[in-house]
Design a protein around this ligand. Sequence first.
Ligand SMILES: *Cc1c(COP(=O)(O)O)cnc(C)c1O
Length: 407
Amino acid sequence: MICNGIDFDTYFQQYPDAQGYFGKYGGVYIDENLKAAMQEITKAYFSICQSRKFIAELRRIRAEFQGRPTPISHLERLSGYLGGEVQLYAKREDLNHSGAHKLNHCMGEALLAKYMGKKKVIAETGAGQHGVALATAAAYFGLECDIYMGSVDIKKQAPNVARMKLLGANVVEVTHGLQTLKEAVDAAFEAYSKEYKDAIYCIGSVLGPHPFPMMVRDFQSVVGIEAREQFVQMTGHLPDSIVACVGGGSNAAGLFAGFLNDPVEIFGVEPLGRGKKLGDHAASLTYGTEGVMHGFNSIMLKDENGEPAPVYSIASGLDYPSSGPEHAFLKDIGRVKYDTVDDEETLEAFYKLSRLEGIIPAIESSHALAFAMRLAKQMDHGSILVNLSGRGDKDMDYVIEKYGIRE
Ligand SMILES: *Cc1c(COP(=O)(O)O)cnc(C)c1O
């Protein structure tokens, strides 16, 4: 498959390049001492990820601990409801241990930490999903785990804070500024710059300086590799289209990796929230412009001072003012199309999947599903595979309190 001069036969050997760039996006925009730490991780990753022992151990963990491969489900009743001409399928990352795709890269990052002889993993968390996944991985490997979290988020996300503590993580409260994700990122980076000899920073998506966008994609690619094989075995052909929601972009990058070289239409779905006005959505690829934040160059939403803009989405996991550099690149060359759905369309999909299929999806994943439902109505036949990145238990209380039970 060749798209705008990019040959997807050799794509993974060429992107990112040695400096961590996907075209003009990516790179390492951080302080010098942390640059050295990133180089150490890059070097270790390139040698360790080739080692048979590492690959075999990760494979064993995926099967015995995570419960992989996760299945693909044919959404027959939902397809029938949409007219029955187009068949919808879901890759069930909601059935991955701990209920979402995030554990795929956290287990990889923590195993890498262990191979590098590190004692501790460090990260920030907003809604707490990444913190819980990393705390799970740290408990499994017996690593210390420091999770930086703003005071406001700690109050809002009490169940996830309890989970992290139960799993043995040290939740470090960040009390300055707005006391949310941005301050938590700064505090975690600051701590890491003092502790990088003994610790490794584990980024929660295909974001941050090189090698994280590449490494997290590679660890998530298990989703796409499994899905391609399962889908062909189940139906005898490839899907016409695949769809995933894009916050930072890790579940999407993982699914897409399995299909980039195939004649398959690929869609990334961003949250349009309450509407198109800056501050009402988090559709960074759709409405953003090129810029550097959190250590990498990508497309981002900026305020009038060029700083990361405030963003909003009903899904806290999609609430981020940029997306990974590989998505910015795939958008520019036209290999992946990025589109948006708003909160209302998302809720509709959330209720429909629950009622018609017996699957309560994460509100993040409901964005992908909502787009697939829209797409199905526009196609006259064919098949669509949706990445169901997580389960909706975490969203139940909020959705029911705010919107009630709907059909
Ligand atoms: C965190 C999260 C996302 C968004 O993260 P990506 O890196 O864009 O995949 C999507 N779905 C679920 C269930 C999540 O927990």
